[in-house]
Design a protein around this ligand. Sequence first.
Ligand SMILES: [Fe+2]
Length: 324
Amino acid sequence: MIQCRSAERIRAPAIVRLGQDRAPSMRNFDETTITEAVLGRLTGASDPRIMEISAALVRHLHAFVSEVRPTVAEWQAGIAFLTETGRMCSDTRQEFVLLSDTLGVSMLVDAINHSTRGTTESTVLGPFYVEGAPTMFNGDDISAGLAGEPLIVTGSVRGGDGAPVAGALVDVWHSDGGGFYDVQQLDRAGGLAMRARLVTGVDGGFRFWTIKPAAYPVPHDGPVGRMLQKQGRHPWRPAHVHFMIQAAGYAQLITHIFAEGDPYLNSDVVFGVKDSLIRPFVAMAAGAAPDGSDRSSGFFHLHYDFALERDPECRQADLKVAAR
Ligand SMILES: [Fe+2]
């Protein structure tokens, strides 16, 4: 008997027994008691935020399962779906971001965290952002020689008061005229293309040449694509250019500028379109371009003036790229 009590102490240390004692029931859980039992196991969490998030996750996940009442086969299919979503992720593809985007969760997080008080509206980051894009000079061509319709993008970065923000880091990326990003065609692009980091001048301005992007379907050859198909949804996004803008003393801005007139503006698969972010890609005849160059053939022009929100904590952005 003494030996048995000793073994029991080893298997169940005091701290574990304490947590279990707080639960309304130690065993024999059923549909009516399992949720409270799991919540009771969370009382040992040392971080209040971890406790809050964990408890909400358990409550809502259990409520979801109670509402859906899945068969065991359906539950296993759900586990297999999430497993495949994880396996689909790589350095150049983020299936979980895609899942979050297409379920509207990314835009919900964005809406919770960003106000629209007189500054440029934000939208989703999307799955094609790549850290470490090449640094370019204002006026450079960022297309890396890919074929397409020439496009010049001009704009400025200002504070909410309209004052120009010099030295802001402007990270841009977009698809080609076929709707493909560089990372989806590295053999053709020969590396990173249609993406760059530029720095605004003393007037807050920036400009670059590239090729005109097109509407594109998000990658739909994986689990998220099958989900969309079964939900009766198309996978398309309207044509756009991505921007991530950082400047000391201002909140980081992640947004897109969408092409006016695109047929998918009202049904963007990731719910990212806002009216204030739509601008025309203006067709221009051969001749003088907005950057002062002389063009021998026609081109398109996109312009946008961004307004940054002051960072309430005046956090210094990590700007390691020298102003150019
Ligand atoms: Fe995109």
